[in-house]
Design a protein around this ligand. Structure first.
Ligand code: SF4
Length: 326
């Protein structure tokens, strides 16, 4: 579905170039839920924006590319960085972080739906016929069609987020990129949103990429997960395996910080803070916080290697499995 090849991206700042995505290389498969995890500021959102081809100053791609390909209703499609926009809505759509800020506050939802559906998809259809299709889709998602007559400020945060998801998925795209879709929502609403996204993914058999700093969200809904630290993936693999046996010290610390039902012991957070992307430390960027760091870690950047089939990590303590298959 999506091939990300040696991707590096940076921002122009008054202090110079800040490299936010560094040597990211991985594939996203058809019909999977892929999670991108990591602390705030590790480059997750920038990576997602690059995957969606929202590249505008001060963001730039320094090297690498993203290739989107697949088949919809028997028709193959293909797009690469620079022209993925042509596939927006129909083949790939984006659920942004803050629904509040992407909906136009002075337009009713129905106008925003009509604006987003390309004329090519509406064909000879009248406005009323298109709106009838939208209403039927909202009902399918258990959303009241009344929301179409509402302005965004008249809806709760959860309803706005559901409306955005409905808008992004109306044309049944093959790939949905969701950036922290449950942030700032209470636990009950959060659960409803996650159920809505996974239901849609199963029903339409599309691919969902979800960015979240919340490891609990990844544990609940993703098939595979990539853990980012300071602009790069430090571990990637099937979610169940990674949670059962994390290979990278950072993943281990993230997982052991999660609360466990019935366990009343104090959870220990990760000491220190992620390094500044403007001036990262040499060698392994996790070294200043890693309890297992040794001399080599501060001198040499660990390679992102396949440690066992389907399991990848970047740490000098791990050995590459010879002859393993991706
Ligand atoms: Fe820790 Fe060294 Fe592995 Fe980095 S390379 S995670 S510092 S042990």
């Amino acid at each position: 579905m999506l091939k990300i090849e040696n991707l590096c991206a940076s921002y122009h700042t008054i202090d110079g170039q800040v490299h936010v995505v560094k040597d990211v290389h991985f594939d996203i498969f058809d019909n999977e839920v892929f999670g991108i995890a990591g602390e705030s500021g590790c480059g997750k959102t920038t990576l997602l924006r690059v995957l969606y081809d929202i590249i505008a100053y001060p963001l730039q791609i320094d090297s690498g590319r993203v290739v989107l390909s697949g088949e919809k209703k028997g028709q193959p499609f293909h797009a690469e960085t620079g022209n993925i926009r042509k596939a927006w809505w129909k083949h790939v759509s984006y659920v942004p972080q803050a629904a509040q800020s992407v909906l136009n506050p002075i337009m009713k939802l129905k106008e925003q739906f009509l604006d987003s559906i390309p004329l090519s998809d509406r064909g000879e259809e009248s406005k009323e016929q298109t709106l009838a299709r939208v209403q039927a889709y909202l009902e399918e998602l258990s959303l009241s069609p009344d929301v179409l007559e509402a302005y965004p400020f008249q809806l709760s945060g959860g309803m706005r987020q559901r409306a955005i998801i409905a808008l992004a998925t109306f044309m049944a795209p093959s790939l949905i990129l969701a950036d922290e879709p449950t942030t700032a929502l209470d636990v009950v609403v959060q659960r409803g949103i996650l159920m809505m996204l996974t239901r849609l993914q199963k029903q339409y058999r599309n691919t969902l990429v979800i960015v979240s700093h919340d490891m609990g969200v990844h544990y609940q809904i993703t098939d595979r997960i990539g853990i980012m630290y300071s602009g790069s993936f430090v571990e990637l693999g099937p979610t169940a395996e990674l949670f059962a046996e994390p290979l990278h010290p950072y993943s281990r610390m993230l997982i052991s910080a999660l609360p466990v039902v019935g366990d009343k012991s104090q959870r220990v957070g990760i000491p220190g803070r992620p390094p500044s992307l403007k001036d990262p430390p040499p060698g392994c960027r996790f070294a200043p916080r890693c309890p297992q760091a040794f001399e080599r870690c501060t001198q040499e950047v660990p390679r992102f290697i396949q440690v066992r089939p389907g399991r990848f990590a970047a740490c000098h303590l791990l050995k590459e499995e010879v002859g393993a298959h991706a």
